[in-house]
Ligand binder design. Structure first.
Ligand code: FAD
Length: 418
C-alpha cells in the first residue's frame, strides 16, 4: 500500500475511533493519547535510527523517531568512557549521505563522533521525540497497522499509542547492560560498576581494580586505569583474539576488508595471525589464548569481535595489568576467589561484560526477531526485513560499516516502495 492510501485509511480509522465510546472513554480516564502516523516509526535515535530516517527524508518520506533518552546517540553520549575513540577508521563508520569532516583524524574521538551525529540530525532535520520509551509494539491484523505504545518519562507518566504502517526497529545491539551472575557479587564491599557508567580511572587512583571481561572495552578500561595509577587485574575467562590496530601502515580492519576481496577468509585469517604473532608475540604466554577459529571466521559465525590492541598488551607484559582466570565467587571484605584457587583482595570491580538487545521486552513479534537474543533470526545480510512492514536496522553484528553501506538502510527504503 502506498503512502497516500495509508493517509486516507488512517483518516477513516481516526474518524471511526472518535465515535467509539470505549476508546473515547479510555482517552479521558487513563489520559492515553492516540496518534496516527502515516509514515514509518523508527524506534531508537542512535546512528542506525538516524541513518534510516535520513535516507527516508531524502526520498521525501517523513518518519517519526522515538527515543527513550534525552538525546540522540545516547549510547555514545551517556554510556561510554571519556577516552573512547572509534575503534575502526573513520571511513568505515560514516553514515549514509554525509561524510565526516575532512579534518577528523583516522580514529575520531567520541566527542567528534557525537558532533558529527548532531550535525547529521540537523542536516536532515531529524527531531526525535525524546524521553519516550516504546514499551510495546504489535501488529494489528484486523486494521493492518502497527500499534506502538510509548511511555514518556517525566513528572507525570504520559502514555501514547501510535498507529503506523511501518515499524523500523533501531534499538541497537547494545540496548541493555549485561551483568553476569557471580556468586557473592551483591555482597562485595567495594563499588561494582558496569563500563556503561565508567568515565575515567580518576576515582580509582591507587586502588586494586578487577576488570571483568576482555573485549575492547575491558582492555581499554585497564589501560585507562593504568594511566590513572590504579592497579588493574583483567579477568579472562574465554579465549580471545588480540590483533594490532594497524599492520603494514594500514588499519588491520581496512587491510582485512581489502584482502577479503581477493583471498578466502581462512587465508586472510592465517595472514592476520602470522602478522599478530610477529608484532605482538605469543599472546597465550600473557594468559590470552586464541580461539581455534581465526578472527574473521569467528566474527562471521558468532559475532565475537577481535580486540584491537592500543597498548594494553604492553602493560600486561610489563606487569602493570595482571591477567586472572575466571571468578569462582566473591566473599565479604572484598575478597575474590578465582577458579584456579587463587584468592585476592580488590577495592572495586568494573564489569566490562557487554550489552544485549532489548527487543524481546517490547516487540510482540517472534517470527522475524528471536525472543532468545533479540536479533533477527536470519543472519546478515538477510535480517533486515520482516513481515507486515517490519524492518531492522543495526543488528548485523558487524558494526556501523555493514549496517549502512551494504546492509539495512537502503533496502528499508527500497522495500517501502515510496
Ligand atoms: C564502547 C563502544 C565502542 C564502539 N565502537 C565502535 C566503533 O568504533 N565502530 C563501530 O562500527 N561500532 C562501534 N560500537 C558499536 C555500536 O553499537 C555502534 O557504534 C552504534 O552505536 C550502533 O548504533 P545503533 O543506532 O544501532 O544502536 P545504539 O547506538 O545503541 O542506539 C539505539 C538507541 O535506541 C534507544 N532505545 C533502545 N530501546 C528503546 C526503546 N524501547 N524505546 C525507545 N528508544 C530505545 C537507545 O536509547 C539508543 O539511543 C561501539 C560500541 C561500544 C559500546
Amino acid at each position: 500500500m502506498l503512502l497516500m492510501d495509508y493517509l486516507d485509511y488512517f483518516k477513516e480509522v481516526q474518524g471511526k475511533r472518535v465515535h467509539d465510546h470505549f476508546e473515547a472513554k479510555k482517552m479521558i480516564n487513563d489520559s492515553v493519547k492516540s496518534v496516527w502516523m502515516p509514515g514509518p516509526i523508527v524506534v531508537g535515535a542512535g546512528p542506525s535510527g538516524l541513518a534510516a530516517a535520513a535516507c527516508l527524508t531524502e526520498r521525501g518520506v517523513p518518519s517519526l523517531i522515538i527515543e527513550r533518552a534525552d538525546c540522540i546517540a545516547s549510547l555514545w553520549q551517556r554510556k561510554t568512557y571519556d577516552r573512547l575513540r572509534l575503534h575502526l577508521p573513520k571511513q568505515f563508520c560514516e553514515l549514509p549521505l554525509m561524510h565526516f569532516p575532512p579534518n577528523f583524524p583516522t580514529y575520531p574521538t567520541k566527542q567528534q563522533f557525537i558532533a558529527y551525529l548532531e550535525a547529521y540530525a540537523q542536516c536532515f532535520n531529524l527531531n526525535p521525540v525524546f524521553n519516550t520509551t516504546v514499551v510495546s509494539a504489535e501488529f494489528d491484523n484486523g486494521g493492518g497497522f502497527w500499534r506502538v505504545r510509548t511511555v514518556e518519562v517525566g513528572l507525570i507518566k504520559e502514555e501514547t499509542v501510535y498507529a503506523c504502517p511501518w515499524l523500523i526497529v533501531a534499538t541497537g545491539e547494545n540496548a541493555e547492560e549485561v551483568v553476569p551472575r557471580i556468586e557473592g557479587l551483591s555482597e562485595f564491599d567495594g563499588p561494582v560498576v558496569h563500563t556503561s557508567l565508567y568515565k575515567t580511572g580518576e576515582a580509582f587512583a591507587g586502588k586494586r581494580v578487577l576488570v571483568v571481561g576482555c573485549g575492547n572495552s575491558g582492555m581499554e578500561v585497564c589501560l585507562d586505569l593504568c594511566n590513572y595509577n590504579a592497579q588493574p587485574s583483567l579477568v579472562v575467562r574465554d579465549s580471545v583474539h588480540v590483533l594490532p590496530q594497524e599492520m603494514l601502515g594500514r588499519s588491520t580492519f581496512g587491510l582485512s576488508m581489502w584482502l577479503l576481496k581477493w583471498f578466502p577468509m581462512r587465508l586472510v585469517d592465517n595472514f592476520l595471525l602470522l602478522m599478530s604473532c610477529l608484532m605482538l608475540g605469543d599472546t597465550a604466554q600473557l594468559g590470552l589464548t586464541r580461539p581455534k577459529l581465526g578472527p574473521l571466521e569467528l566474527k562471521s559465525i558468532s559475532g565475537k569481535t577481535p580486540v584491537l590492541d592500543i597498548g594494553t598488551l604492553e602493560k600486561i607484559r610489563k606487569g602493570h595489568i595482571k591477567v586472572c582466570k575466571g571468578i569462582k565467587r566473591l566473599t565479604r571484605q572484598s575478597v575474590v576467589e578465582f577458579v584456579d584457587g587463587r584468592i585476592q583482595n580488590f577495592d572495586a570491580i568494573i564489569l566490562a561484560t557487554g550489552y544485549k538487545s532489548n527487543v524481546p521486552t517490547w516487540l510482540k513479534e517472534t517470527n522475524f526477531f528471536s525472543e532468545k537474543d533479540g536479533f533477527p533470526r536470519k543472519p546478515f545480510p538477510h535480517g533486515w526485513k520482516g513481515e507486515d512492514g517490519l524492518y531492522a536496522v543495526g543488528f548485523t553484528k558487524r558494526g556501523l560499516l555493514v549496517t549502512f553501506h551494504r546492509g539495512a538502510s537502503e533496502p528499508v527504503i527500497a522495500s517501502l516502495k515510496l
